[in-house]
Design a protein around this ligand. Structure first.
Ligand code: TXA
Ligand code: MG
Length: 313
């Protein structure tokens, strides 16, 4: 029963489950953006080798204001491109100091990409929920984006619940515009182009092909202030020990039952929690390099000062 109606999708999403939803650009694989357990399911099913930051989908500018710092300039742009032009546009903004979003969905960044999809079904679903939805394109990692419900099932498997909204009109992911400072910067090309933005100020381009992956690919794009050591087997003097599996001396444990999805959901939250005095370093148990464990190790390697060579494959 992989094709579901929007009201069932709403129930699934409230229960921290993932659902394929139509948007005007491509199908999205949606989950509660405030729930790291739900977000971990997205990474697991997409088979993503890294945690890329996900676009946070909202029904309104009001909801953006609960998540991010919205300058009057950014608000004008959202009003123009979302409300007046119904354009497929994501905006990167600085996060509010206090926000409800899952750190896993944000991949530990201090900025957030937000988007109001221009699709009646997506908007109906978003409007029925009290939380925003993280929704990357609904396809297995490194394969084509999907523009019909059938594509989604072919790519992610027949078991994934999908709302069928027909073929996506745009067929290409949204333009991503960084408005965190005075210079507008296009991070991902899309249907909204530089020409459409010129009247709002100077427009820069991030490095073309790299732009899509940029935040997730930066070497030390999320790192705690403390020295991070991978493959640690026991707690040492001054060290905060982040365990996985049976670790009686762990300060926090990513997953006692060795569940990699649970570990992914806890990763950023626990790294933040341990990145504090009196600790001088953070040691992390070995994480199996399989499934979503690949993404966990990828993220740890970027945060770690002496990454183990065997994880460079
Ligand atoms: O059209 C779309 O935008 C589709 C549909 C489903 O809405 N969604 C989509 O989402 O493409 P997603 O999560 O796959 O896009 C992820 C990309 C990242 O690879 C990154 O380039 C960018 O969005 N991104 C997300 N958060 C960012 C941030 N804080 N700063 C810069 N780029 C960010
Ligand atoms: Mg994608």
């Amino acid at each position: 029963m992989p094709i579901i109606f929007p009201d069932i999708a709403i129930e699934y999403l409230k229960n921290a489950d993932i659902v394929g939803i139509p948007t005007e650009t491509v199908y999205g694989l949606a989950a509660d953006a405030t729930n790291s357990q739900a977000i971990a399911k997205i990474y697991a099913i997409k088979d993503r080798p890294q945690f890329n930051p996900l676009i946070i989908h909202v029904p309104s500018i009001e909801m953006v204001e609960e998540l991010a710092q919205v300058s009057s300039f950014a608000k004008d742009l959202m009003q123009e491109f979302w409300t007046v032009r119904n354009a497929s546009m994501s905006f990167v903004l600085k996060l509010k100091e206090k926000h409800p979003l899952s750190l896993l969905a944000l991949a530990g960044l201090s900025t957030v990409a937000v988007r109001r999809p221009n699709h009646p079904i997506a908007l109906d679903i978003l409007s029925a929920l009290e939380f925003p939805l993280a929704a990357p394109s609904a396809n297995r990692s490194n394969t084509l984006s999907t523009t019909t419900a059938r594509h989604v099932l072919d790519s992610l498997g027949e078991g994934v619940p999908v709302v069928d909204g027909g073929s996506c009109k745009v067929g290409l992911e949204s333009t991503i515009l960084d408005v965190t400072n005075d210079n507008l910067s296009i991070l991902r090309q899309g249907i909204v182009t530089e020409d459409d933005l010129k009247s709002y100020g100077q427009v820069n381009h991030a490095n073309h092909g790299d732009a899509i992956k940029a935040p997730g690919m930066l070497k030390r794009h999320y790192a705690p202030n403390r020295l991070l050591k991978m493959n640690t087997s026991k707690k040492e003097e001054g060290m905060a020990f982040l365990g996985f599996g049976h670790c009686p001396d762990a300060d926090l444990n990513l997953s006692v039952s060795e569940n990699l999805s649970e570990a992914a959901a806890n990763l950023f939250k626990y790294l933040h929690a341990l990145d504090k005095s009196p600790f001088t370093s953070i040691g992390v148990s070995p994480i199996p390099n399989i499934g979503i464990g690949l993404a966990i190790n990828d993220r740890l390697m970027r945060a770690c000062d002496n990454p183990p060579l065997q994880h460079y494959t």
